[in-house]
Design a binder for this molecule. Structure first.
Ligand code: UDP
Length: 256
């Protein structure tokens, strides 16, 4: 069916060769996985919502001068991106205790942290993405000390932007994961934000009710994932008020 060359297939996305050298097409699937893919499901409409939410975030980051791989959205499930060399790290920024931080350090979920905390995990499915320190990263050459500095600056800027964006939508940004890539421009290389930022990779709690509006609905079998992601999109102004988020066959989106 698909004549484009497939470069890579991950758990929730596929990367295809792009129309021009140095570009790729990022395709959002409906697959949801958790616990290192031990739990898997297909959730109708999730890919469409993540494509739109991630587009909105990356376009805004580009507009405020935070460099990303994002060029433009192509259709309901796909976006055009710049080809980068992914730094093999998951960068987690936390504002409020939850998930693995709460488990590891025994801090009650929902506790405001004294300041934002940045953590690094080595991207390796076979090892279950272990947490690593800057020492490991530089010793094993996954990123240079300068790149770690650049990644941390990006992480702080993204966190500040996202915290404000979601605050305005009545949503608390508890934590999120981002990935970075090396982008070559002529003979220069710089680190940019890559992959996706969506409710799959953030913890988002309703400010008033504390209701979860993110992938924890899937991880913790709470149900209503598409409805929650639709609500996030609606509050960000991506979905129109009149759209029924639970409408079949899928969410109706503003503009084509
Ligand atoms: N996260 C992610 N992908 C991963 C691991 C974590 O997107 O492979 C996100 C997760 O959604 C949350 C943040 O990173 O917003 C912190 O996750 P945590 O370390 O608490 O792990 P979890 O509890 O999700 O296993």
């Amino acid at each position: 069916m698909n004549r484009r060359r497939r470069i890579y297939e991950g758990k929730a996305k596929i990367l295809y060769e792009g129309p021009e050298p140095g570009t790729l097409v990022q395709h959002f699937k409906d697959d949801a996985t958790a616990f290192n893919a031990k739990k898997h499901d297909v959730i109708d409409g999730k890919g469409v919502l993540n494509n739109r939410i991630s587009e909105y975030i990356f376009q805004n980051l580009n507009d405020i001068g935070v460099p990303t791989h994002f060029i433009r959205r192509l259709n309901m499930r796909e976006q055009l991106i710049r080809e980068v060399e992914i730094v093999p790290l998951e960068v987690v920024v936390r504002n409020v205790a939850a998930g693995s931080l709460s488990t590891r350090l025994g801090i009650e979920e929902g506790t405001q942290l004294p300041r934002s905390i940045i953590e690094f995990y080595y991207k390796n499915d076979a090892l279950g993405d272990p947490m690593v320190s800057e020492e490991h990263i530089t010793a094993f050459g996954w990123a240079s000390p300068q790149e770690i500095d650049d990644i941390m600056s990006l992480a702080i800027r993204v966190n500040d932007f996202l915290s404000g964006l979601f605050l305005g939508a009545g949503i608390r940004l508890v934590d999120f994961k981002m990935e970075c890539g090396r982008l070559w421009e002529n003979d220069m290389v710089r680190v940019v934000v890559a992959d996706e930022i969506s409710p799959d990779s953030c913890r988002l709690w309703d400010m008033k009710t504390n209701e979860k509006m993110d992938k924890d609905r899937f991880r913790r079998d709470l149900g209503g994932l598409v409805e929650a992601y639709s609500e996030v999109a609606k509050r960000l102004g991506i979905l129109t008020e009149s759209d029924n988020p639970a409408a079949k066959p899928g969410p109706t989106l503003v503009k084509g």
